[in-house]
Design a protein around this ligand. Structure first.
Ligand SMILES: Nc1nc2c(c(=O)[nH]1)N[C@H]1C(S)=C(S)[C@@H](COP(=O)(O)OP(=O)(O)OC[C@H]3O[C@@H](n4cnc5c(=O)[nH]c(N)nc54)[C@H](O)[C@@H]3O)O[C@H]1N2
Ligand SMILES: Nc1nc2c(c(=O)[nH]1)N[C@H]1C(S)=C(S)[C@@H](COP(=O)(O)OP(=O)(O)OC[C@H]3O[C@@H](n4cnc5c(=O)[nH]c(N)nc54)[C@H](O)[C@@H]3O)O[C@H]1N2
Ligand SMILES: [Mo]
Length: 820
């Protein structure tokens, strides 16, 4: 059956209900540029989405050398043909007239166009001078969760063995550092235990600080289809905002921000008290249960209710659902990772699964979610604060093994301390020990906390800044050298989604002008720098995406993220496959830990764990005595109050986050007309009660201020909890209508106001815990806030706010498989 739907007005499209344990029916979504018929498409090039971590598989439609649309792949395990609004419309940004097409260098204060030789020449001569005068510690690399596996691996080899610096991290630090840390703390190693197919079996699904409906809309479609089918699962949602998830939940807990640990400890308290634990599983597979029991003994629902400001009865009800589940799936995302006590809270969700034995079987899984499309690869390849292949920097044998793969001496690879995290790299730049920062695929002048400070750091004369991007972003405008990169659809590679599914993404069209694939830029740098291995052969011995993939396969061999059974060809032809994929598991691995926690053993684990309060790394001997047999670690945590709490001067909690239609700093979604129109400007959310108290109304222009800075936007009154203000963080000072406003304070980026503070264990910044005040700037005069009505920002009242629609430009096609 074929239907067409305005996918701005109806972001999740039509339902295809299915029952517990059945296969999710296919629904193929397609959007072609208006006026283009399917018969005009000359080629369909396999790819997957890069606008979230879900890995929606799609084909890119090409006609006359241009991308003209996209279509979901019905056979793929991840999306069974479905696409979200950003997948459907986001590709249009590729053809934007303001793409970077030539390198730029700063001359006499201005950025001017130049050729690649000149631009790379400057990067190479600065690198060599710094290496000679100050050593490798003067050079840092800040990358992303949005390049391809082949690119991260090449960058990791360049930084860790070529330059020999410890300063390499991704913006994954802002994104999924806590996911990685929580997995390491509980299971000894990164890698999602669960699988998306667990949603097909679950009888209870619990989402912790995860607005899945807006941030992974295709996975939410899977849950919606279960909710409409036979034996629907029960939903628990923990989120202070009235998200579409919260609206569908059987129990919605809306805690004060920063109180996740108190809430989770109360859930654990009830579950243990009521004997809803699997003693056999605990005995066979875990250590630490006694300590957890003691830690949560006093954490009654009534105690947590006071801290979280949610009804104790609701906590009890949630504990009953989770405690009674036979097939429990939990997901965790930024409401935990970017909030106070991030790692401690994320680990308690793992503990819920460990004490209930809810792992390693269909419908029993935890997903410490990723956010960015390729964040998993940043971590695997060691382009974040880890060594490649989940090797342990504190384990000499792991370092020696990596040195063997690279044919360098172990001393070449810095491992005297944990790899430097991004927040520390910016601190080193601020203090002056870091003199060159190469930024690829991220826009820190909008996405890091406390932007006035970030602008100050990046504009220093003594810091040489290289920015590699598609556009002249807020960050690129502060650079000394700007390198124009090819985008998704213009280059070839692979990447891995949140449930370990690896996809191939092909080159559909040529990049504009002289723009080059990130891989080619890194390879060019390696060649110009002349990096050698210990026998004098080139350190980076590959020359294209396929040979880079093969090099990575050698590095991943025998590791948890084993790619040896995959190839570009296999992925291109067969669609997504979950790692590990090797001789023992040639079709990939659906679930980890079906036979015990194999990667937690002291000899093989990626990390010995950290103190969740101080962040201090545990010593190998400590871990060995705690966990000699390599079981899962149940790590308890005490609730501690947030560092920056509300006060008389700053009475509101400030949280920040996303809306369905935009991706991050909008370099792509702001250039896609349908997406831009759905949420064209920043807004501010407040509850009706709070607004009445401050004498504010829908559409009023207000200012949200913290000790760091202020943001102005129009007010949207929603069903958000009292005492809280929400800002979307998407809006920098770049604007389609107004052009560039370089320099100065934007007044509309949420991060003007956020705090420089991070979780002690994962080092992830706390974008969701700060104190603020709000004040009126100008009355509305009848204009509502420019916030979508289809999402968490839906107006609390009904009157006066027109519904968000996309019109004829936003109509997509759906072909649905016959009802099972
Ligand atoms: N549309 C869209 N989708 C995206 C992205 C995007 O930019 N736009 N980005 C992708 C990326 S990189 C990421 S990381 C993910 C993020 O995906 P999510 O984590 O789902 O998105 P956020 O809006 O950052 O935060 C989720 C929720 O946390 C809640 N929250 C805030 N403070 C607390 C707290 O203390 N406790 C609890 N329990 N909840 C709290 C907020 O109310 C918010 O609804 O989305 C991915 N998908
Ligand atoms: N206040 C607040 N701040 C936050 C968050 C929050 O919830 N609240 N969330 C945080 C999170 S989870 C994340 S992930 C970050 C995201 O923050 P950023 O990574 O800074 O945001 P993006 O806009 O995705 O920036 C990616 C950049 O890479 C460019 N790009 C895209 N594709 C390519 C490519 O193939 N090659 C190259 N070289 N460049 C490319 C894009 O044009 C864009 O400039 O923001 C963080 N900041
Ligand atoms: Mo993220």
């Amino acid at each position: 059956m074929e239907t067409s739907v305005d996918r701005i007005a109806e972001p999740w499209g039509p339902r295809t209900p299915y029952g517990s344990g059945a296969r999710w029916p296919a629904r193929t979504d397609m959007y072609l540029r208006p006026g283009t018929g399917p018969d005009e498409v000359e080629r369909w090039v396999p790819a997957a989405s890069v606008l979230h971590s879900n890995g929606d598989a799609m084909d890119i439609a090409v006609a006359r050398g241009r991308i003209v649309g996209v279509r979901g792949r019905a056979a793929d395990r991840v999306n069974r043909g479905r696409l979200g609004p950003k997948d459907l419309f986001g590709w249009q940004a590729n053809a934007s007239a303001d793409r970077l097409t030539r390198p730029l260098v700063r001359d006499g204060g201005e950025l001017v166009e130049t050729d690649w030789d000149t631009a790379m020449g400057r990067v190479v001569s600065r690198s060599k001078r710094l290496l000679e005068r100050q050593g490798p510690g003067a050079i840092g690399f800040y990358t992303t969760g949005q390049l391809f596996l082949e690119e991260y691996y090449t960058l990791a080899v360049i930084a860790r063995a070529g330059i020999g610096t410890n300063h390499l991290d991704g913006n994954t630090r802002l994104c999924t550092a806590t996911a990685a840390e929580a997995l390491k703390e509980s299971f000894g190693c990164d890698g999602q235990p669960g699988s998306y197919t667990d949603f097909d079996h679950a009888d209870v699904i619990a989402l912790f600080g995860h607005n899945m409906a807006e941030t992974q809309p295709v996975l939410w479609m899977r849950i919606l289809d279960r909710l409409e089918g036979t034996d629907p699962p029960r939903l628990v949602c923990v989120d202070p905002r009235p998200t579409p998830v919260a609206r569908r939940a059987d129990v919605h807990l809306a805690p004060r921000s920063g109180t996740n640990v108190a809430l989770l400890n109360a859930l654990l308290h009830r579950i243990i008290r009521n004997g809803r634990v699997d003693h056999e599983f605990i005995e066979a597979h875990t250590v630490g249960f006694e300590e957890l029991t003691a830690r949560v003994r006093e954490c009654t629902p009534a105690w947590a209710a006071r801290i979280c400001q949610v009804p104790a009865a609701s906590i009890e009800r949630a504990a009953e659902l989770i405690g009674g589940a036979e097939r429990l799936v939990s997901t965790v995302l930024q409401g935990v990772y970017q909030s106070h006590q991030a790692t401690a809270a994320a680990v308690q969700v793992n503990n819920l699964h460990l004490v209930r034995g809810m792992l390693g079987r269909p419908g029993r899984g935890v997903l410490q979610m990723n956010g960015q499309p390729t964040a998993q690869n940043t971590r695997e390849c060691g382009a974040n604060g880890d060594l490649p292949g989940f090797r342990n920097w504190q384990n000499e044998q792991h370092v020696a093994d990596l040195a063997r793969v690279w044919n360098v001496t172990p001393e070449t690879i810095p491992h005297y301390a944990p790899p430097t995290h991004a927040m520390q790299m910016f601190r080193y730049a601020e203090q002056g020990s870091l003199r060159m920062l190469w930024i690829s695929g991220t826009n820190p002048a909008v996405s890091l906390p406390e932007l006035a400070r970030i602008r100050r750091i990046l504009s220093q004369d003594r810091l040489f800044v290289v920015v590699q991007d598609l556009f002249l972003t807020e960050t690129a405008q502060l650079a000394d050298v700007v390198l124009p990169a090819a985008a998704w659809g213009e280059k070839t590679g692979t990447f891995t989604n949140a449930d370990r599914t690896v996809h191939f993404s092909g080159k559909a069209v040529d990049p504009p002008g002289e723009a080059r694939a990130d891989l080619d830029i890194f390879l060019d740098y390696a060649a110009r720098m002349g990096f050698r291995d210990k026998d004098g052969a080139p350190l980076v011995g590959w020359h294209d995406a396929e040979s880079a993939f093969e090099a990575w396969q050698r590095c991943s061999a025998g590791r948890p993220c084993d790619y040896t059974g995959l190839s570009h060809q296999k992925l291109r032809e067969g669609g997504g496959i979950q790692w590990p994929c090797n001789e023992q598991a040639p079709e990939g691995t659906e679930r980890l830990y079906t036979e015990g926690f194999t990667w937690a053993h002291p000899d093989v684990c990626e990390s010995y764990g950290k103190d969740l309060v101080t962040g201090a790394s545990m010593e190998p001997a400590e871990y060995r005595s705690l966990n000699p047999g390599g079981k899962a670690v149940i790590k308890a945590a005490e609730y501690l109050p947030p560092h920056e709490d509300t006060s008389v001067e700053f009475p509101l909690q400030l949280i920040t986050g996303r809306t369905l239609y935009h991706f991050h700093t909008r370099t792509k979604t702001g250039r896609a007309p349908q997406l831009n129109a759905a949420a064209p400007e920043v807004w501010v959310e407040l509850s009706a009660g709070e607004a009445a108290q401050q004498d504010l109304a829908e559409g009023d222009l207000v200012e949200v201020a913290t000790p760091r800075g202020a943001v102005r936007g129009r007010l949207r009154i929603t069903a958000i909890r009292d005492g809280m203000v929400f800002l979307p963080f998407h809006y920098g000072y770049w604007d389609t209508a107004e052009g560039h406003r370089p320099g100065g304070d934007s007044g509309r980026a949420a991060n003007e106001a956020t705090i420089t503070d991070w979780d002690p264990a994962s080092k992830q910044p706390l974008f969701k815990t700060a104190a603020a005040r709000i004040g009126l700037v100008e009355r509305a005069a009848g204009t509502p806030a420019p916030a979508p009505t289809t999402t968490a920002s839906a107006p609390a009242g009904t009157g006066g706010v027109p519904s968000t629609t996309g019109g004829p430009q936003a109509v997509a096609l759906h072909t649905t498989e016959g009802r099972p």
